[in-house]
Write a protein that binds this ligand. Sequence first.
Ligand code: IPM
Ligand code: MG
Length: 362
Amino acid sequence: MTQPYRITLLPGDGIGPEIMAVAVDVLQVIGQQFDLTFEFQEALIGGAAIDATGEPLPAATLETCRRSDAVLLAAIGGYQWDTLPRHLRPETGLLGLRSGLGLFANLRPAKILPQLIDASSLKREVVEGVDIMVVRELTGGIYFGQPRGVFATESGEKRGVNTMAYTESEIDRIGRVAFETARKRGKKLCSVDKANVLEVSQFWRDRITQLASDYPDVELTHLYVDNAAMQLVRWPKQFDTIVTSNLFGDILSDAAAMLTGSIGMLPSASLGARGPGVYEPVHGSAPDIAGQDKANPLAQVLSAAMMLRYGLNQPAAADRIEQAVLQVLEQGDRTGDIMSEGKNLLGCKAMGAALIQKLIIS
Ligand code: IPM
Ligand code: MG
């Protein structure tokens, strides 16, 4: 038996606990099959943490995460916390976790699965074969830039301010992750900015262009963000790896996710220079269906697979989980978000059971 992996579980809010339970069951079975042991520690974040402790990211949670090998997060947020002041909102807990662990690189794959082509709102010929990796900068840009706030001006009128700023080193480190990622994929990198208007974007473009000389095997292109949004829905197959700033990556990764039919299918990994990464679905906490056993647990399960691959260096175990997901889709099992005619509609728990069955029998 190998040394146990210490995994912090952050189920969070809404459908979080339901989908997390499925992912943990899957990891337990995978553990038995691959001779891996997991030591799970649960901690509070988001609305659940606000209710229990008064703050969205208790110090104890960050400490537990820091001491672990990887963090598996479900989702945060819900209507009941939306009116709280900013520093007490669930989202602030998530941003604190990202900056507290130094997770500057967010990898968001958007790959269309052949079984789900009909769930996409785009035509088959447009989405068939789409396989994009969005590399989003996660701890800088307008999400964290100073000054920020609402200030009184000299005339007495109030003015809201956020600042989009990037330093050389912030651009270089995300740029390198993106070039390395592209190198392992289709060797095409598209950097997205708004260099026709924003100085920070021109600076981003110049730095990324300079880095390119270290990666002669990767073809670098640049797009303005408005054009990139259009190209993503017009002809998504032109993209392999996309690198962009925090805000543009937030927006484009939702669009890229939807190409695949459901945001309920997509995992993500947030990585730093060292220390544990955070693995989480791209989707949110879906408070409208929370507690009703209707959620799609597959993005959470695929996030656990990304954790095995990127965080624990267990690619065979990750492959096995991804294969089981394809197998349940192949036999027609669907949750509501990816349902189409003639398929079997399952709840969250039943989808988990179907996955476990696939893992056990093959
Ligand atoms: C995401 C989410 C978060 C973000 C929110 C919940 C703060 O939209 O992970 O994409 O904007 O980064
Ligand atoms: Mg988002």
